[in-house]
Design a protein around this ligand. Structure first.
Ligand SMILES: C[S@@+](CC[C@H](N)C(=O)[O-])C[C@H]1O[C@@H](n2cnc3c(N)ncnc32)[C@H](O)[C@@H]1O
Length: 463
């Protein structure tokens, strides 16, 4: 109430209403725009609040939600000095993917997301003055007194003994999610979908599926999991020298960039349909001289070239191997094709235990794009994940759909992708067992140190 009183003093012309965001005291369709700024994490009934926003909007109305995004802000100084704040924020702030899935379930379409990375220099003495005023930041108010005092003490000590520099680079990510209330056609006839489990489904990379055809459009944006990967591999290629072998080359997202930069690349993939797209792109960019494409299984392949300087396995393709035996066979095949002292770079995700709990399923992952060749919106939703904790595998059932201009479903398919998760030390031992000497492990492609729940990026030498 006190917040509203302060606001009313500043702007008496605005109607200020006290109510719970999960039960809005307004009739249906009474607003054109609804917004929620830096507040969503405080709500108890988050999903209900999103449904209420949909209800009170008129047809053609828009909901805009803006907030900080802790999932993308692990290097924010507040989290470094007050780690309890990061822990709480990761609990209270829904990941954008989950939020979008619920908005979509409420009826918003399309739902879009935009990330804004604020990078700035922080003067630590000025910052100390700011954090001493605990009420300036809700993160400081939400943590325990002990955690707050410990962070302030650490900063004071580091500034006193000179172990902290005068200024530090800081980074905070903000996220804006927009959802539109579509016109009546969609609303009066809500689509009821058959669960993906009940639809006939096929393997993820099998055939010229909607998934395969829209792979490039879907993956053209800046996805955090592989941000900077092309530059990372290019840098490794330049340092290693010689030819590069990309395993699971797919549509050539990485390989074509390397070839464009003058590197000779061989790309291996099991899917003829992914390879066909890569070949078409290589021809269109006149890169066939520098990019050779081969069909083969990473567990067992034999190429004429056996002295690659670098083997790369981007975008978690190694996790498609479902048993330690297959993983070992693949590592042995990579090694056979590397020259002595050559480098292997592997990209996996580091298991986030929250997503591996039994019952932690549901539409928590989704993506949308406009297919460049058809101009149609394509949507991918992870509907079900089935876990086998003994074998460390999960079987994901995805639904892909594309829409006609009138919003009806033009094409739909259910696909299955099984992957295996590997823990950090398991990977390290496996690499060593296969004859590689681990040179580095990062948690992203910018070179950040290993971190729980992020990426595992391994750089190992054929020793
Ligand atoms: C996530 S995509 C990665 C594509 C590309 N490297 C990129 O980063 O965009 C994984 C690729 O691995 C391929 N793949 C799956 N199993 C394979 C296997 N056993 N051997 C070779 N390639 C495989 C798939 O066909 C698919 O093209």
């Amino acid at each position: 109430m006190e917040m509203l009183r302060q606001a009313a003093r500043k702007a008496p012309d605005i109607t200020w209403v006290q109510a719970d965001a999960a039960t809005l005291p307004f009739p249906d369709r009474s607003f054109d725009i609804a917004s929620c700024q830096f507040a969503f994490h405080h709500f108890q009934g988050k999903a209900r609040m999103l449904r209420e926003a949909f209800r009170v909007l008129g047809v053609g109305g828009r909901f805009v939600l803006r907030n900080s995004c802790p999932q993308e802000s692990s290097d924010w100084l507040y989290y470094e000095y007050f780690p309890e704040a990061e822990f709480r924020d990761l609990r209270d702030f829904w990941p954008p993917d989950a939020l979008m899935a619920v908005m979509e379930g409420a009826g918003f379409t399309p739902v879009t997301v935009q990330y804004e990375h604020l990078r700035f220099e922080q003067n630590l003495r000025d910052w100390l003055e700011t954090v001493r005023r605990r009420d300036t930041c809700s993160q400081l108010q939400s943590i325990s007194d002990a955690a707050y005092a410990a962070g302030v003490r650490r900063l004071e000590r580091e500034l006193a003994d000179g172990s902290a520099p005068a200024t530090r680079s800081d980074h905070l990510c903000l996220v804006t999610i927009r959802g539109d209330k579509p016109n009546g056609g969609h609303l009066s006839a809500p689509r009821r979908w058959m669960p993906a489990e009940e639809l006939p489904h096929r393997p993820f990379y099998d055939g010229a599926t909607l998934h395969v055809r829209s792979y490039d459009s879907m993956n053209s944006g800046d996805r955090p999991v592989r941000r900077g990967d092309v530059s990372f591999y290019l840098d490794l290629a330049r340092r290693a020298g010689g030819e590069v072998l990309e395993i699971g080359v797919g549509t050539g997202r990485v390989a074509l960039q390397l070839a464009k930069a003058g590197v000779r690349v061989t790309g291996l993939d099991l899917s003829p349909d992914m390879l066909a797209i890569a070949a078409e792109k290589a021809a269109a960019s006149r890169l066939v001289e520098r990019l050779r494409l081969e069909r083969g299984d990473m567990r067992n392949f034999d190429l004429a070239t056996r002295d690659f300087g670098l083997v790369i396995v981007p975008y978690r393709a190694f996790q498609i191997l479902l048993t330690p035996e297959d993983q070992f066979a693949a590592l042995a095949a990579f090694r056979r094709h590397l020259r002595k002292g050559g480098i292997l770079a592997l990209h996996l995700f580091d298991p986030d235990l929250r997503f591996l709990l039994p019952g932690a399923t549901g539409p928590v992952d989704r993506a949308r794009c406009v297919d460049r060749s058809t101009g149609r919106t394509v949507e991918a939703v992870l509907e079900t994940a089935l876990f086998d904790h003994v074998n460390q595998t999960r079987r994901d059932l995805w639904r892909y759909r594309t829409f006609a201009p009138d919003g009806t479903i033009a094409e739909e398919e259910a696909l299955e992708l099984s992957i295996r998760w590997s823990f950090r030390w398991e990977m390290r031992h496996l690499l060593q067992f296969a004859g590689f000497a681990v040179e580095a492990e990062f948690s992203d492609f910018l070179g950040s140190p290993p971190a729980y729940g992020k990426e595992q990026i391994w750089v190992a030498r054929n020793s």
